[in-house]
Design a protein around this ligand. Structure first.
Ligand code: AMP
Length: 397
């Protein structure tokens, strides 16, 4: 045994092997989660907790504040959703118009994804949850909050709107999560966050997740968390996992309206995928009518037209590039913040190529799909391939 080379490489190396073995052997059962949560996890097919889950779940269950450096793709969502569901108990205990746990996220895609996780892992519990974000009708959200929710996922601006309309009171909040805190700061939400912090009870458990802990994030963390347990895990991203993916249910005749609305909401450049060349041309004309600058690249355009279109996009002379799958394959453009699938590809692998165009260094990108009822089959094929459900952002009609 002592002759085994692994025993001659020094203590540090042995510690690494040891930690690696613990992680390999770790199962969800050892984290202190209830049976109903373990059943829900088993149903997803996950057999081992990811490193962030292995560390965050026991720490959160212990009741203290937690500050975790973890990127999208590390399994961080289940890392806070599972212990929160446990803390809140098996059955709802909320009064009308109140909230017991609040999760703030920077984008609606992320909000929708987090809420999907709550539904997945909380399916054997009788807790009430809701998700609220801007850009959609506020009335259903007002109604959902009226009856009270145990877990509320929200983007900061819309939450404050709802508060001002007296749809929700914060007196019963006992748990607060800031998800992707670094992006919230980047996106200028700091004032909204401070307003919300001033409105919620000071005695609560705080959980902060951020891809990095810069000086600025630490400053914010110091004002929120008390003696937090600090967790840091290396990224585990494969590209698809690092991309926030959402979908809108929208019938064909309304897709162009929604597309214009989505593009108007951002000042960033956007790549739009169209399945057909004719469709790509029509879209450029339609966007122009809405005063959005766009160019198309597809196989029916001459090489010089394609080069010119691409150059205009690279030079930021136009905001939108509309491309067909084949035309997009070979092009060399920087990764973008947002990719929109105007229609769903017939080949599921094309979806992965398409969304691989988003995701900037250090930040996760967003991919939004416009799906009509006729495209449900394509959607199912894609979700099977990527082994995850694309977050439902709502219906547009
Ligand atoms: P997140 O970092 O929370 O966005 O999660 C990234 C992806 O990892 C999601 O698609 C999750 O469904 C998946 N995931 C979460 N926990 C596990 C696990 N224990 N094993 C395998 N995959 C997981």
């Amino acid at each position: 045994m002592l002759a085994d080379p692994a025993y001659r490489r020094g203590a540090a190396r042995r510690d690494c092997v040891f930690i690696f073995l613990i992680e390999k052997l770790m199962t969800f059962d050892s984290l202190g989660l209830s049976d109903s949560l373990l059943r829900a996890v088993a149903h997803t097919g996950y057999t081992q907790p990811t490193p962030i889950q292995a560390q965050a779940i026991p720490a959160i269950l212990a009741g203290g504040d937690v500050m975790a450096a973890a990127q999208t793709g590390t399994g961080k969502t289940a890392g806070f959703v599972l212990p929160m569901l446990q803390q809140l108990g098996p059955r709802t205990r909320v009064s009308p118009g109140r909230v017991r746990a609040l999760i703030l996220t920077p984008t609606r895609e992320l909000a929708a994804q987090v809420h999907d996780s709550i539904l997945t892992y909380g399916k054997h519990q009788q807790l009430k949850s809701a998700v609220v974000f801007g850009g959609v009708n506020i009335n259903p959200q007002l109604r959902a909050l009226k009856r009270g929710v145990d877990l509320l996922v929200a983007t900061p601006g819309r939450l404050l709107d709802l508060y001002q309309q007296k749809a929700v009171r914060f007196d019963d909040i006992q748990l607060l999560v800031l998800d992707e805190a670094d992006r919230m700061l980047d996106m200028g939400f700091i004032r909204d966050i401070r307003k919300i912090l001033a409105l919620i009870p000071p005695k609560r458990q705080n959980l902060m997740f951020s891809a990095t802990f810069s000086a600025e994030i630490r400053k914010l963390a110091n004002t929120i968390c008390k003696n937090p347990v600090e967790i840091d895990v290396a990224p585990r991203n494969s590209t698809v996992e690092a991309i926030e993916q959402g979908l809108w249910w929208v019938e064909k005749p309304l897709k162009a309206d929604l597309l214009s609305e989505l593009i108007r909401e951002t000042s960033e450049q956007v790549l739009v995928f169209s399945r057909t060349k004719h469709g790509a041309n029509k879209l450029v004309k339609r966007l122009a009518r809405d005063s959005i600058t766009a160019v198309a690249i597809h196989g029916n355009r001459s090489q010089s037209q394609r080069t010119k279109a691409l150059q205009d996009f690279k030079d930021n002379k136009v905001q939108v590039l509309v491309a067909t799958d084949i035309a997009a394959r070979g092009i060399d453009i920087e990764l973008l913040a947002l990719v929109i699938n105007f229609d769903m590809p017939h080949v599921p692998e094309d979806y992965v190529h398409r969304i691989g165009r988003t995701g900037r260094a250090g930040a996760s990108g967003q991919a939004v799909s416009l799906v009509s009822s006729e495209e449900k089959k394509q959607l199912k094929g894609i979700e099977r391939l990527i082994k995850r459900q694309i977050a439902d952002l709502g219906s547009y009609y």
